[in-house]
Design a protein around this ligand. Structure first.
Ligand code: SAH
Length: 392
């Protein structure tokens, strides 16, 4: 295995198990590694410190292990079975009314660059690093072994998640099995999942618990689900007894999916209408009729430099909702930008409330669910935050 040596003193974060090594920390290598290759990392005094995937870029090594071990199928089997055990303990795996959960959440599961979501008998696997892309067949073999009898299909979907520069001939396709039932069941509700063309792995698995909470607030309400994508929140609201549910997304494809999901769960139910429209325009033009509003926009900031503008975006969006929500209304508002902290987000919503001149109480502070765990040594893994607000 090729060896990579750190500059003096640059091992500190690794001694605290942080899984990334930045290019500035690296002094030299014994032989130049290929992108995606597994390398061993040593201090300048030639002490072994970690093993990980090499990649050209600001994060040069993503650490897989802090112990001297081989990265082979047995390694991945061990990691995947630990992740599976965690999901069983959480209570999301092996349920009859829920076949949808995240099995591997990158750094949160000590597998930086890898995401695996489970939809019934199909696993959708996504590589966010060149190394995980190179190891995809070994990982698929390990997954088949660990989930024997539970997973029959493995769909690999990395066309949009890998760096273009690496010229890997990114691909989407089955590594195991083939076409299968494409219905996700989440807490008893059904969703068509389009692994091939859908966003992320085809569905937003991370809002399961927050959708459940919404259900409890829905009875008799007029609900507006902004940025609905496949309509997740809408069906929980309908099951919770909402009087009317309007779902909005700027993508016609998302609206088609939402309508298909209405037919799957509540065929012919006239309480639901979907609109393919821009959220900001919709909020500007809508009547003041909704008493439960969900705002779950895409990440407004993907990088630190975009933070200021992103916070303005969150303020503007939330202000529009505060201005129009009926007195006594409930607002579920989210940010999934990793660079926006809980405090940043709360401040942006605070500004929005003040600008709109509404009195607001925080009822719940929401976050990502337990199957999207945060590695304690990698606080950057915390990304989803939300507030449930009572607007007087
Ligand atoms: N709430 C969804 C996930 C939302 S993902 C769920 O529970 O599954 C963000 C969605 O916002 C995407 O579907 C995207 O098409 C939509 N979107 C992005 N910009 C938008 C805009 N300006 N107006 C309305 N929808 C937008």
């Amino acid at each position: 295995m090729k060896k990579l040596f750190l500059r003096r003193g640059k091992e500190e974060s690794l001694l605290r198990f942080h899984p990334w090594i930045f290019s500035g920390a690296i002094s030299h290598y014994d032989a130049e590694p290929e992108e995606g290759e597994v390398v061993e990392v040593y201090t300048c005094d030639n002490k072994y410190i970690a093993t990980g995937h090499f990649q050209i870029g600001s994060i040069m090594v993503r650490v897989l292990s802090f112990e001297h071990e081989k990265i082979d199928q047995a390694f991945y089997e061990h990691k995947l079975s630990t992740s599976y055990d965690v999901r069983k303990q959480i209570g999301v795996a092996e349920k009859t009314d829920n076949n949808t959960y995240r099995l591997v959440h990158g750094e949160g599961d000590n597998l930086p660059g890898l995401v695996i979501d489970i939809y019934g008998k199909t696993a959708v696997m996504q590589a966010h690093s060149v190394g995980m892309h190179c190891d995809r067949h070994v990982i698929a073999a390990a997954l088949k072994q660990v989930m024997e009898g539970k997973v029959e299909n493995i769909f690999y979907k990395s066309e949009t998640t890998l760096p273009f520069k690496a010229e890997l001939g990114q691909e989407n396709g089955f590594l195991l099995g083939g076409s299968s039932e494409d219905i996700a069941i989440e807490n008893g509700l059904k969703f068509h999942v389009d692994w091939l063309r859908g966003q992320k792995t085809g569905f937003f698995v991370d809002q399961r618990e927050n959708r459940s909470l919404l259900e409890k607030y829905s009875k008799g309400k007029k609900v507006l689900n902004m940025f609905c994508y496949t309509g997740g929140f809408s069906f929980y609201a309908m099951r919770g007894g909402a009087q009317l549910v309007h779902s909005v997304d700027s993508s016609q494809k998302a609206i088609d999916l939402t309508n298909a999901n209405v037919e799957l769960n509540y065929p012919g139910d006239t309480r639901h209408t979907a609109y393919a429209e821009d959220a900001f325009k919709f909020l500007d033009n809508m009547k003041e009729q909704y008493d439960l509003i969900i705002l779950d926009p895409p990440a407004f900031a993907k990088h630190k430099d975009a933070l200021r503008n992103a916070l303005k975006g969150y303020s503007r969006l939330n202000q529009k909702a505060f201005e129009k929500i009926v007195p006594g209304g409930i607002l579920f508002t989210f940010s999934c930008s990793q660079v926006v902290t809980k405090d940043n987000f709360r401040a942006a919503v605070f500004t929005a409330a003040a600008q709109a001149g509404r009195k607001v109480r925080i009822l719940h502070q929401l976050h990502q669910p337990a199957d999207h765990p945060i590695n304690i040594y990698h606080p950057e893994g915390e990304y989803l935050k939300g507030l449930v607000l009572y607007v007087e």
